[in-house]
Design a protein around this ligand. Structure first.
Ligand SMILES: NC(=O)c1ccc[n+]([C@@H]2O[C@H](COP(=O)([O-])OP(=O)(O)OC[C@H]3O[C@@H](n4cnc5c(N)ncnc54)[C@H](O)[C@@H]3O)[C@@H](O)[C@H]2O)c1
Length: 257
């Protein structure tokens, strides 16, 4: 069977790198896109060292020209990407709404949200033509509730869920599925990754029933499953992946059980 092509955005590090490596292991041709070419190349090297096929593409996902060029490059090398993982995202600064500048707003909205529009607008008609498409958009548990000092990020992550459901409803009839994943805390630069976050890490543990922070490999396996044949009936879902954080009101103290 001909290998499928996947594009993973923001795959130079963190969750995106974890996702890209899982696809590489599973025989996909992987387009590793990142604004930082050097880190994208590192992910590619790891995939190739594992026996996989991948190419690094420098791409600012907020720019239409970069997105179009990246899709063209990957398509020319490997054929149409029929699997798309919109993962690239920035958290921005911990600012109250009245502290957010126009520049910061545009940066977060364009990176986290406009990017999803740019990739989907380009690829959905091509997926329709071929009669197959799988899309996963990375939202967050911050796409499910409010979070002080993260308003712009929260707005993008809520919007991604609505956008995901609309893609599912609009394009589901063409054998295209689109689902969102809402991670809690994952071990990355954006999440919690070193000693300096120890205090924060403890407060995350205090609100996480499973008492664990997810790994990028676990995220990769979930995303891969959502685009596999086994999950073909899943369409328009927003899956929480949070060790139980959002199932718990915080009113009772499970820590003293
Ligand atoms: N880590 C967590 O705990 C967590 C929790 C919930 C959701 N998420 C989401 O998961 C996704 C990945 O997060 P992460 O923790 O791996 O972050 P990260 O900061 O470790 O990695 C993000 C990657 O995106 C790239 N990137 C940033 N701006 C870009 C742009 N304009 N164009 C192309 N690439 C760009 C960065 O260079 C980097 O390689 C994000 O959408 C984030 O919102 C993360």
């Amino acid at each position: 069977m001909k290998a499928k092509t996947v594009i993973v955005t923001g795959a130079g590090q963190g969750i995106g790198a974890g996702i890209a490596k899982i696809y590489g292991k599973n025989g996909f041709h992987v387009g590793v896109l990142d604004i930082h070419y050097e880190t994208a190349k590192e992910t590619v090297k790891e995939i190739v060292d594992q026996g996989g096929t991948a190419m690094a593409v420098e791409c600012d996902v907020a720019l239409r020209s970069d997105v179009e060029q990246a899709i063209d490059m990957v398509t020319k090398a490997y054929g149409l990407p029929t699997t798309l993982i919109n993962n690239a995202g920035v958290g921005g600064y911990f600012h109250r709404i009245d502290e957010v500048t126009d520049e910061e707003w545009d940066w977060i909205i364009n990176t986290n949200l406009k990017s999803v529009f740019l990739f989907c607008r380009n690829l959905l008609p091509k997926m329709k033509e071929i009669g197959y498409g799988r899309i996963v958009n990375i939202s967050s548990i911050q796409g499910l509730f409010g979070s002080p000092r993260s308003s712009t990020y929260v707005a993008t992550k809520h919007a991604i869920i609505g956008y995901t459901k609309t893609i599912a409803a609009e394009w589901g009839g063409f054998n295209i599925t689109c689902n969102a994943v809402c991670p809690g805390y994952v071990q990355t630069a954006m999440g919690i990754h070193d000693e300096s976050f120890k205090g924060f890490s403890q407060s995350v543990m205090d609100i996480t029933p499973s008492k664990k922070i997810a790994t990028v490999e676990e995220m990769g396996e979930l995303v891969y499953y959502l685009t596999s044949e086994k999950a073909q009936y899943m369409n328009g879902s927003a899956i929480t992946f949070d060790g139980g954080i959002t199932c718990y009101t915080g009113v009772t103290d499970f820590n003293n059980f």
